[in-house]
Write a protein that binds this ligand. Structure first.
Ligand SMILES: NC(=O)c1ccc[n+]([C@@H]2O[C@H](COP(=O)([O-])OP(=O)(O)OC[C@H]3O[C@@H](n4cnc5c(N)ncnc54)[C@H](O)[C@@H]3O)[C@@H](O)[C@H]2O)c1
Ligand SMILES: [Zn+2]
Length: 334
């Protein structure tokens, strides 16, 4: 149920509004509330303080007050910006997430992390702000470009590896149905993936401990994204390579047996041909120390012990990391 309010402000971008603006506005029929739509420019480049400032000024012009409810209609970019805006506008107002990408439905809309990028790095300014409601409708995914869609699926695959073998097995067995975007399959996959994320976040909202397992694949993934200036990989694709590297590290350090490791790697590779890794391995390992998740100069790796179970460790020799990254080139790529 939408929270009750007399004024809603939908934050979105022009392309998303074109696809899903009307259906959302029509769903307000019969409701006496005033609904405004404000747009930000589309894309990660606009996930900035200046976008937040401009949107806040527009809210003021629309007489938005402490009872206004914001609705984020879009992918992770719109969700992160809108959540942050809701966190700070008039010291905090309510907001609702209507995620329109697979990644946003299973990942970014859940957990309450919001924020924007600075020129010097991603997601460096933000706050924790929980939405009143997350409305994830798999129908909206039908208009998502193929590459965006497949990239988002890796976040679900991740939840399977870290916590829920059923998700993993479902993705093995139902690959074709999932890639055809059959609604029933997506409903199950999204609900189960969200459950994993919500459970983990519920146990550790501010990431002091168990929440770190959600970073499986992200340590190397973030380094690959940064090393290619965010131009080569979509986020999920970089995470996919990161999951392969982490699985190989786990295998080399005898945390996981060869058969289980190969199951994980095969499933990752079966969901898309990933853009090739061209970074030098030691550039990647050098970047690991600069990761926001690095504490006390120690790099944390989330390594799988089996499908459904991972270990958070700082105990991985530098050569093992280097080898796992160098080896990525030997896997099939686009
Ligand atoms: N807050 C968190 O916990 C969290 C977690 C993961 C990622 N993120 C953030 O999420 C962002 C990435 O989100 P994303 O992958 O959703 O990318 P995005 O928001 O940039 O959306 C990707 C593209 O898809 C288009 N699009 C969105 N929905 C569509 C639809 N239904 N049909 C057609 N086109 C559509 C958008 O216009 C955009 O061009 C990053 O900024 C990342 O930092 C946040
Ligand atoms: Zn991610």
């Amino acid at each position: 149920m939408l929270p009750t309010a007399r004024h809603f402000a939908v934050v979105t971008t022009e392309p998303i509004r074109r696809h899903w603006g009307m259906p959302l506005l029509e769903s307000f029929t019969g409701d006496p509330a005033r609904v405004d739509v404000i747009e930000m420019q589309d894309g990660e480049r606009y996930k900035t303080m200046s976008t937040v400032e401009r949107l806040a000024s527009e809210l003021v012009k629309l007489n938005a007050d402490r009872n206004t409810v914001l609705i984020a209609l879009g992918g992770g970019v719109v969700g992160d910006v809108t959540g942050f805006l809701a966190g700070i506008y008039m010291r905090g107002i309510r907001f609702v997430q209507v995620p329109t990408t697979f990644l946003a439905q299973v990942d970014s809309s859940v957990g309450g992390k919001t924020g924007v990028n600075l020129r010097v790095g991603k997601n460096l300014v933000g706050c924790f702000k929980q939405p009143e409601l997350v409305l994830a409708d798999p129908m909206v995914l039908t208009s998502l470009p193929e590459r965006e869609y497949r990239s988002g699926l890796y976040e679900s695959l991740k939840t399977g590896v870290i916590r829920n073998p059923e998700i993993f097995e479902f993705m093995e067995a139902q690959r074709d149905t999932i890639l055809e975007r059959k609604i029933e399959a997506l409903e199950w996959l999204i609900a189960e993936s969200v459950r994993v994320k919500a459970d983990v976040v519920g146990e550790d909202e501010e990431e002091h401990g168990v929440r770190k397992i959600l970073n499986f694949g992200h340590t190397i993934g973030h380094a690959l994204e940064a090393d290619t200036s965010y131009k080569v990989f979509l986020h999920g694709e970089a995470v996919a390579w990161g999951m392969i590297a982490a699985t190989r590290m786990a295998q080399r350090t005898k945390r996981i047996d060869a058969e289980e490791a190969s199951r994980i790697i095969q499933l990752v590779l079966s969901y898309n041909k990933l853009p090739p890794v061209q970074s030098r391995a030691n550039n990647i390992t050098r970047r690991l120390g600069a990761d926001k998740k690095t504490l006390d100069g120690q790099v944390h790796f989330i390594l799988p012990c089996a499908v459904g179970r991972v270990e958070d460790t700082t105990d991985v020799a530098a050569e093992v990391v280097l080898e796992a990254v160098s080896e990525l080139r030997s896997f099939p790529q686009a």
